[in-house]
Structure formats: structure tokens, C-alpha cells
Write a protein of this length. Structure first.
Length: 288
């Protein structure tokens, strides 16, 4: 059972312009990070960050960015930030950006423009962007339908935050992944990734959705490896739909290499570990 996996792909790292964070949000981010200035250095220098990934044994990574000006402080400029940050490193880094459906005046066009600038995946964060991901069905937020339709056309996977958030102002009522049942039914050509597997409240729902829909995957970022098989005792069964993500450098998240080694120590087959730690992310995010 198990063993070391080469070519590990971390499908959920936050490399963002943290200077944009609102003071209370930044204070939460800094909690437990005595080396925050070092993290700022990584956010300003891709070369230094790639050296860090090398030291952690990570070959590829998805860099998560999203727009949340009212709650987190992140403006539309995060998209140009991550596209430029990853430029020239498409073999190792996947730029993930965002179109905010409550603020965009041209959601379909915005998705197309992001794809043209080099953004290769989208993030939807309901607890931080303050909507249910199926709010297009009631007519409350029709921009979501435009975003999903254009993302499918552009072959951009869409990651949805599922589960809770501890950041100030987060509305966790929006974290229930069940609303994504509608999205998966209505947009079968859209690749959907359930970030965090609904942790800690909705693991059973995430498991159901991953098994029900061919276009739904989940990442296990932010779930302590020691809790992974408690939350998903049948993980081996869905190992072809599960992606490793560290959620680093989120509050209280340990080193990426520690996450990897603890997952490698779980009683999973060698094939399952290879799929979770590398192969599935390669298939979903298709790095150059």
C-alpha cells in the first residue's frame, strides 16, 4: 500500500496580492505566520516561489485567485496579477482567476477575456462572494449562467469553494455544495471542482456529487490528512475524481511537503495515491 509519488501536483495554493486584503482579513491570514514577510516575497517573485516549490517537492501547482472587493478586498486586478505571475511558467503553474457575478457588467465577455490573457481556470467562492452557485435558476443572479456557459466553451475548469470559511464576514450558509447538483445537471460540459470536499460539514454531499456526475471532481485542500479517511472512508472508490491540494499558506495550514508525506502514509493503494497526488490534476487542469 502507498509509497512515494513523483511529480506531485498541488491543485490548490493561494498565491495572491495580499496587500489588497482588508485589515481584519489580513490579520486572520497572518495568524500563525511568523514568516509573513517571506510569503509576501513569494507573492512578488515567481522565481523565489518556484524555488520554494522545488524545496517542497512540488512539480506543478494551481494558483488560486478570486474577486471579492467587498468582503476580502480583492479587486479585478487579481486576474492580471495571476496571469502575469504565471506567464512563462505554464508548464508548472496554472493561473486561476475569477469573474464576480454580482459586479461584472459583461460576465460572458469577461470570461473570454480572462482566457485570452492566460487564465486557465476560474474560482467561485460563494461564502466570500455572497451568493448560492445556483442563483441563476431563480433569476436572482443570471450572470452565473453566462459565466458557466462561457467557461465550458473556453474549456476552463471552475473550482467552487465548498464548506466553511473562518475569514471575517464570510457567510457559511453559501458553503453547502448541494446547490452544485443544479449546476452539474444544467452544465454537463463544465468541469466542476469542489474545493475542500465540503469540509467539515458536508463531506457526504460532496461524495454523492462526485459519484453522481462525470463532470464533478473534488480537491481535498484544507482537510488534515489524519481526518481524510474519517471524512471519506470510501476515498479509494473515488480516487479517480479526487485532487490533492494543500490550501497553503492558509491559516494553520502546515508545509506542503508535510501534507504530502502524511497523505502518502495513508492506507491507500499505490494507484490511488498516484491519481490523487498527480494524475487527476493533470487531467483536469492540463498544464502546458
Amino acid at each position: 500500500m502507498g509509497g512515494k509519488v513523483s511529480g506531485v501536483f498541488d491543485a490548490h495554493i493561494h498565491m495572491q496580492p495580499w496587500e489588497q486584503m482588508k485589515p481584519s482579513v489580513l490579520a486572520t491570514m497572518k495568524n500563525g505566520h511568523g514568516d509573513f514577510e517571506r510569503l509576501l516575497g513569494f507573492s512578488r517573485s515567481v522565481d523565489r516561489f518556484l524555488e520554494h516549490l522545488d524545496g517542497e517537492g512540488i512539480e506543478r501547482a494551481v494558483l488560486v485567485n478570486y474577486v471579492s472587493p467587498d468582503l476580502m478586498g480583492f479587486t479585478d486586478s487579481v486576474n492580471s496579477y495571476v496571469a502575469e505571475y504565471c506567464r512563462g511558467h505554464a508548464d508548472r503553474l496554472v493561473a486561476m482567476g475569477s469573474v464576480h457575478p454580482r459586479f461584472s457588467k459583461d460576465p460572458s465577455g469577461d470570461v473570454e477575456r480572462l482566457a485570452a490573457m492566460g487564465v486557465r481556470a476560474l474560482k467561485v467562492h460563494p461564502p466570500h462572494q455572497l451568493f448560492h452557485p445556483n442563483d441563476y435558476r431563480t433569476g436572482k443572479l443570471p450572470a452565473l449562467e453566462a459565466i458557466y456557459t462561457q467557461a465550458a466553451r473556453c474549456r476552463l475548469p471552475v473550482m467552487f469553494h465548498t464548506g466553511t470559511s473562518i475569514f471575517p464576514g464570510a457567510r457559511n450558509v453559501y458553503g453547502d455544495p448541494l446547490a452544485l447538483d443544479d449546476v452539474a445537471v444544467d452544465f454537463p460540459g463544465l468541469t466542476i471542482v469542489l474545493a475542500h470536499g465540503g469540509r467539515p460539514l458536508w463531506g457526504d454531499t460532496a461524495f454523492f456529487l462526485v459519484r453522481r456526475f462525470a463532470n464533478v471532481f473534488m480537491d481535498i485542500s484544507g482537510i488534515p490528512p489524519r481526518s481524510l479517511l474519517k471524512m471519506f472512508p470510501r476515498l479509494e472508490e473515488i480516487s479517480h475524481k479526487v485532487l490533492f491540494g494543500s490550501d497553503w499558506p492558509g491559516p494553520a495550514v502546515p508545509a506542503i511537503s508535510r501534507n504530502v508525506s502524511e497523505i502518502e502514509a495513508l492506507p491507500l493503494s499505490e494507484g490511488a495515491l498516484g491519481r490523487v497526488l498527480r494524475d487527476n490534476a493533470l487531467a483536469v487542469y492540463r498544464p502546458a
